[in-house]
Write a protein that binds this ligand. Structure first.
Ligand SMILES: Cc1cc2nc3c(=O)[nH]c(=O)nc-3n(C[C@H](O)[C@H](O)[C@H](O)COP(=O)(O)O)c2cc1C
Ligand code: SF4
Length: 483
């Protein structure tokens, strides 16, 4: 997006008014400000998909930091739709009590909670016990082109079952007292695999033109509405543009903006469909545009070995990451494809979608400064922004934005994407050493570890746990700041 005026005190007051005004949706959902925590997964949970105290602590820490609404992690509607084991799922009624507790914790801070209903399709990072001898299901039998994960096109019967699994998930989220759901229709997961002209090669009624490719998602939307009614918030994360050939120029480009606009109209379903769109771009995860930032090739081999048996191209990728010359070429290519803009990378796409649809639009991608966030809202490009990494870096970012244009420069998120790569093996947190205080490497490293581990406090058992969440959560915030 274009450069914005430099901030000053008077400007900051105007910015604050834009950002800290409530946002209402036709579903009845009302969010106290225009800041949403974007989905961030994290391997915090039990192997079988039951949530843990770490995830409760994690989600509550953002609510405490002043965010208006939280969009959960990637929450699989079935165990076969996981990207990795140890993500909390919504595949059974026995998961309802956990999500009810998450809602209770964040509601205590006047924060809303939307559960992201998800299915990996062929885009899986580490297949768990559920995938040992089975091939992933997708719209297509073509393998995923980044890692080479094998895939088999779903039958009509399987499509019907998955539609119902999404509806089951939405009904459970409603029973848990959450404030709504988001369909993960962006960044290469199962719904993208149906929507994208670059991936979906079906010749039945679920493929072909835009209407055929959108049929699966529309069936999900209708099935959810049938279960939960119109008063339960339902939004859709969608790629404005797929940019499916950006890493591999021989692949098809995928959906252009014009196609996405048609898909949005279909999913609005004459006012009976989705209540909002969440705009992203990039038909894989990760993608140079999402999360927009660096590709820390130097660290890639540290985590990529857990994926070696996942796909038929992972060995080749690992050889590239381990070879200094090839890794640096890969990184240069990645940065070139990303482009120069990080903060507000999808803002102009959000504008085009918002001009086309009749429901609010929120936008993801790099937001961390009040003047940029206020500017996109003031211009009417979107109604709110969603934030992921800058909130991992500073969980109290909303409180910071109330007072200032952004975090101190030394505490800003650098968009290094080390959080993303570590997520495969380590707890989610900020792994950018340069952001941590300390005179030596050892001191900074110790502070980083303390911050990353803070999500496990208070523990589930012992005197600290029994002292109750209030003082212990304050301690977490304190430790998070002691970088
Ligand atoms: C560690 C990590 C995990 C993420 N997990 C998800 C996810 O589960 N679902 C999703 O829709 N997006 C996920 N994203 C993408 C973010 O929601 C967000 O759209 C993207 O990072 C751009 O926003 P940001 O620049 O504010 O980080 C993830 C991003 C990161 C860094
Ligand atoms: S590791 Fe920290 S600084 Fe780097 S992108 Fe993630 S949150 Fe931002």
């Amino acid at each position: 997006m274009e450069a914005v005026r430099s901030p000053n005190a008077e400007r900051h007051e105007e910015d604050r008014d834009q950002i800290f005004q409530p946002l209402s949706f036709r579903s009845g959902l009302r969010v106290k400000n225009r800041l949403f925590r974007s989905s961030i997964s994290g391997t915090f949970d039990e192997y079988n998909g039951h949530g843990t105290h770490a995830r409760l602590n994690w989600e509550e820490s953002f609510a405490r930091g002043g965010i208006g609404a939280i969009i959960s992690s990637f929450v699989p509607v079935t165990v076969r739709g996981r990207i990795l084991p140890r993500y909390a799922t919504i595949d059974d009624d026995d998961k309802i009590p956990f999500w009810r507790e998450v809602g209770r914790r964040v509601h205590a801070h006047d924060c809303r909670f939307l559960l992201q209903l998800s299915h990996s399709g062929r885009q899986q990072d580490v297949g768990g016990v559920e995938n040992l001898y089975r091939v992933a299901r997708s719209s297509t039998s073509k393998k995923d082109y980044f890692h080479g994960i094998l895939s088999q096109a779903m039958s009509r019967g399987e499509i019907g079952q998955i539609v119902q699994l999404f509806a089951d998930g939405a009904e459970r989220a409603q029973k848990a007292g959450l404030d709504g759901v988001e369909l993960h229709g962006a960044n290469g997961y199962l719904l993208t695999q149906f929507l994208s002209s670059g991936i979906n090669d079906r010749v039945d009624e679920y493929g072909g033109g835009v209407e055929g490719r959108a049929r699966f998602v529309l069936e999900i939307v209708r099935a959810i509405r049938k279960r939960v009614g119109s008063g339960f918030h339902l939004q859709m994360k969608i790629n404005a543009v797929d940019h499916n050939s950006w890493l591999y120029p021989w692949e098809k480009a995928g959906n252009r903006l014009e196609e996405t606009l048609k898909i949005c109209t279909i999913l609005e379903d004459d006012g009976a469909g989705v209540d909002a769109f969440h705009v992203s771009s990039g038909s894989t995860f990760p993608h140079p545009r999402n999360p927009p930032g660096d590709f820390p090739v130097g660290e890639a081999p540290l985590w990529y070995d857990v994926m070696l048996s996942s796909g038929v191209r992972t060995g080749l990728n690992q050889r590239i990451f381990k070879n200094r010359f090839l890794a640096s070429l890969f990184r240069k290519f990645w940065l070139w494809r990303r482009g120069k803009v990080i903060e507000g990378i999808n803002a102009e796409y959000a504008r085009d979608i918002r001009n086309h649809v009749n429901v609010p639009v929120v936008c993801t991608g790099g937001f961390q400064h009040a003047h940029v966030i206020a500017d996109v809202i003031r211009r009417g490009w979107c109604d709110g922004v969603t934030i992921a990494r800058p909130l991992i870096a500073n969980r109290d970012l909303p409180k910071i934005l109330e007072q200032a244009n952004g975090p101190e420069p030394s505490k800003e998120c650098t968009y290094c994407n080390k959080c993303l790569l570590n997520d495969l093996e380590n707890p989610l947190g900020c792994y950018e050493l340069s952001r941590y205080d300390g005179a030596t490497f050892e001191e900074r490293y110790a502070n980083m570890m303390r911050s990353v581990m803070s999500v496990f406090e208070p523990p589930a058992f012992g005197p600290k746990a029994e002292s109750g969440p209030e003082p212990a959560a304050a301690e977490i915030a304190e430790k998070g700041r002691a970088r």
